[in-house]
Write a protein that binds this ligand. Sequence first.
Ligand code: 5GP
Length: 185
Amino acid sequence: MGVNLDDVRGDLSAVLFTESQIEARIAELAAEIDRDYAGRLPLLVGILNGAVMVMADLSRALTIHCEMDWMAISSYGSGVASSGVVRILKDMNTSIVGRDVLIVEDIVDTGLTLSYLIDNLKSRNPASIEVCAGFRKPEALRSHVDVKYLGFEIPGDFVVGYGLDYAGRYRNLRGLGILAPAVYS
Ligand code: 5GP
């Protein structure tokens, strides 16, 4: 059943979105993607581990066919601050030459991860590259990453749930919340 928001309210300083609010927004994004990619076969590239929930829900909300592949990129480790170090830990299994690639990401903070990834994937000659992200923080507006399909704008706080962890936990939380600073200080 996953972890319910009510079960961990004490660990959160705020609940930002419930499961059904996220589900409704993902359905809207899927409808846009259905329209934009009609007659094509997009390759959804999910960024492990955080994007598993967005990928699972988005792909099943699509009515067009799609393929899926995964990459793992180093990001925060187990802390709460961006390291700025981006490294490919696991590459895709699929060639993207001539493909319509849709990167599926959990959250965009500084945009460092995504801008590195987009440059890297562009050099592999896909037909197109777009980004779908569940959440975006204000800091991202200073970067030049274009997120075509965005779930929600959120504040700059450290959030958990819906695939996003703190020290490995909370990924299976149904909904998204701000982690109370007392939990990590
Ligand atoms: P960026 O490179 O945009 O600064 O960071 C992107 C990555 O950092 C995300 O894919 C995610 O893994 C991680 N991240 C950024 N903000 C948060 C957050 O509030 N909570 C969690 N759990 N991870 C975050």
